[in-house]
Design a protein around this ligand. Structure first.
Ligand code: TYM
Length: 379
């Protein structure tokens, strides 16, 4: 029997193929990004990010409406987030890399929600540890180079007053059976879990709620977060706000090709604090290869780059699409061997992480400039 593919914000079970992604998106009622929408993005942004052309961001909700409004002069803002449950891996950065591009192209305000409350309720972690991850993760995110003047980091426990007063407005419209259906909760789950999605909904209407400005909200995230925004889209019109738009990405596969990247297994993914030697070792030893068993077979039949971890990560980190196409072609026809592909990807990862680490130190003393405050969003 085929394995059940399940997606909730806490679980992505089974390896998802392109067809699975399309099916999941359709089941959740999201639309696939088609060539027409891609052209709309190009004309509004002046270019299209490779994550759209290479299918990493593959689905959306109401992005077309948001872009038509933008064309007629209406502003929108961006919202994304992170649950600080441990160290960040490269997969966690994908939505943030893309969000930075959106911020740069559209000059939009950006809310970044850090859901420390979520991790306290859903994981067996103490607040003391979550606070440490919060600080570290914020530095990781900021090292991508967001603009301080229009980036607003909201840590749930620190802005509890503002968020709670909005979250109760959402919670009044979510009954237990809906939360159970959408998130798969049972009677043995703690009551905080049932409430939590109301907190994650708040930044999707916080700018209009606080400033009175009628701005749409665009939320980039990977598909695991979609259930939250399904609920938010249902509730927000009932309390006087627009449905948020979203742009949805696939999951970066785990290093070993199956399973999840998880901090409980350090060899399941590449972490942002992995040093060059560790990255090299992990890539050579564990990275799932789409190449053939022997060099001879590889030269003769070529690889399947689509399932190859090294190729996939290279594709996400190399901005020069000409180079990516060349590597793809050579690997596919067997001119590149699996070990060579791993070497190319290793160099790219190390170069990327090196730059992040340098910028991380620069932003360390500037974090306060990025923190959310009502005064700052009113400007
Ligand atoms: P979190 O911390 O689990 O993940 C942060 C962001 O990374 C995405 N993601 C991935 N993307 C690509 N490949 C992967 N392997 C991968 N793993 C995770 C997630 O979809 C997410 O976008 N509850 C959220 C925090 C949050 C949030 C938001 C996220 C609050 N508000 C609004 C997105 C949008 C969480 O725990 O994410």
């Amino acid at each position: 029997m085929a394995q059940e593919k399940q997606i909730t914000p806490w679980e992505v079970q089974g390896e998802l193929t392109d067809t699975d992604y399309q099916k999941v998106a359709r089941e959740f009622g999201a639309k696939i990004i088609d060539p027409e929408l891609t052209e709309m993005i190009r004309s509004a942004a002046g270019e299209v990010h490779p994550y759209i052309t290479n299918g990493t961001f593959f689905a959306h909700r109401d992005l077309d409406m948001l872009l038509s409004d933008y064309r007629s002069g209406k502003r929108f803002y961006l919202y994304t987030g992170r649950g600080p449950s441990g160290k960040m891996h490269l997969g966690h950065l994908i939505p943030f890399i893309f969000t930075k591009w959106l911020q740069d192209r559209f000059g939009a305000d950006l809310l970044i929600q850090i859901t420390d409350d979520e991790k306290f309720l859903f994981r067996d972690l103490e607040m003391e540890d979550i606070r440490k991850y919060t600080e570290e993760n914020i530095l990781d995110i900021l090292s991508l180079g967001f603009r301080p003047e229009n980036t607003h980091i909201i840590v749930d426990s620190e802005q509890a007053g503002i968020l709670y007063n909005q979250a109760i407005r959402v919670a009044r419209h979510i009954n237990v059976s809906l939360a159970r259906d959408v998130f798969g909760f049972s009677d043995s789950d703690n009551v905080g879990k049932f409430f939590f999605t109301s907190m994650q909904a708040v930044p999707a209407f916080l700018i209009p709620a606080l400033t009175g400005r009628d701005e749409r909200c665009l939320i980039p995230y990977a598909i695991d977060q979609d259930p939250h925004f399904l609920v938010a889209r249902d509730v927000l019109p009932k309390i006087g706000y627009r449905k948020p738009s979203s742009i949805i990405s696939k999951f970066m596969p785990a290093l070993k090709g199956s399973g999840k990247m998880s901090s409980s297994d350090p060899n399941s993914g590449i972490y942002l604090d992995d040093d060059p030697k560790t990255v090299r070792k992990k890539m050579m030893k564990y990275a799932f290869s789409g190449g053939r068993a022997t060099a001879e077979e590889q030269r003769k039949f070529g690889a399947v780059p689509e399932i190859d971890f090294a190729y996939n990560i290279y594709k996400l980190l190399e901005p020069d699409q000409g180079k990516v196409r060349k590597v793809y072609e050579e690997y596919r026809r067997g001119a590149l061997l699996s070990g060579e592909m791993k070497q190319i990807a290793t160099d790219k990862i190390n170069e990327f992480l090196e730059e992040l680490r340098a910028r991380r130190e620069e932003v360390r003393s500037e974090v306060d400039a990025y923190r959310f405050s009502i005064d700052k969003v009113m400007r």
